[in-house]
Design a protein around this ligand. Sequence first.
Ligand code: ZN
Length: 476
Amino acid sequence: MKIIAMLFFLTAGICQGQTYDSDFCETTMRIDYFHIGTKGREQITIDKIYREDQWPGSKVNMLDTLDLGDSYVNVSDLQTGRLMYSRGYSTLFAEWQTTDEAINGILKTCHETIRLPFPKRKVVVDFFRRDRFVAPNKKMGFSRIFSAVINPNDPTVVNTEKKYKAFTVRDVMLNGSPNRKVDILILGDGYAKDDMEKFRKDIKHFTEILFSFEPFKTHKKEFNVRAIEVISVESGIDMPDLNIWKNTALGTMYNTFGSARYILTEDNRTLRDIAGTAPYDFITILINDNRYGGGGIFNLFTTSFTKTAKPCYEWEMDYVYVHEFGHCFAGLGDEYYNSQISYIDFYPKGIEPWEPNVTRTNTKETLKWRDLVTDKIQIPTPWNKAEYDSIEALRGNLDRLAEDYYEKRESLMKKSKDILNNSSLAGKVGAFEGAGYTSNGMYRPAVNCIMFSLSLAGFDPVCAAAIEKMIAMYAN
Ligand SMILES: [Zn+2]
């Protein structure tokens, strides 16, 4: 473990003297693999390796020094051991490990992908996993769970067939070379042939919404946005709890991990085959269905619903799109703590979360966002938590099926919102108790943020700074 920790400290300087062109081709290597296991136990086996088109990532920032995600991949030169590329990311598998099923020892297999610039010589690919199950008060390190030597020049190893472009790729907003911009790729699921006009409108709408939020607004020119007009056989997506099953292109569904509103797809191979026909760094999937829902996993993809049966609640779709993008793009954690979730011990006691915007520490010296803390603010920062919690408790007790549910919910949400908006601490950075699905002992940076409340509140300064760091890594 000591060696691994050192690797991460040294990463910043390792590439000096080496250029992209001496190590890599212009194309992308896609490594598909199976991730198998249960709580506290996992294994990786390689599925297939592909050569895809143009490498869309940075050609300068090859090493990821942000230390985000539940997983990390390191790619090194086989001959010299020199680290050439690294990236942090999170997985559906790791989330699943915190559910009832995993805790009961059930085994699961997930299909996952990592992408890297196509190497010119033999490389070692090391897969690391953050140690979630270490003893309390130990800092989370990384364990290597799998290593593979890959010869990029062996035709029996790398599949180089040209993928058939099944769907039209559309340029939505182009600002420059993929190597120097953040490339967002928008896909759709549950859009049948007759829904494509709506898909085009949705692309435009959600792109405008994302770039109306800071810091995306200021950095708009550092992004490219493309879309693939993915056509599904049927309209809408699977809702297993209502026994609704739809034939869709990407296989997204509600009820992920037993949560009615959590939408993901486990059909990773299809998703990557389709996405790989356009340059991309980050994928968002628009869902042509009307039940509230979405999902977002760091460096994997986001989903969000795009129709609503409730008039005047269109803003909730905008909220979901931007909130989930925060998870996927910058590895932001959920700051809320009053909603029902399917995870058990998502943030184990005594272990500091890796997410930049949630913490277990509450002194100014130890806060990971100490550089952004507002002058003279008290840490931990007192706020109207008791009052807020009492209103949220009433909201939690409402009967969702009652006729006047939304009316009652609306008035309680307004009260909650007033507490947050009228707080004298609005916009200031401190350590506010209540974050990461945990009411006590976990802290968030600000009284309100789009990662905290179901509202169109902007990103707090700590989340905004995390987003800017990620933009800088890709747009260089
Ligand atoms: Zn969330």
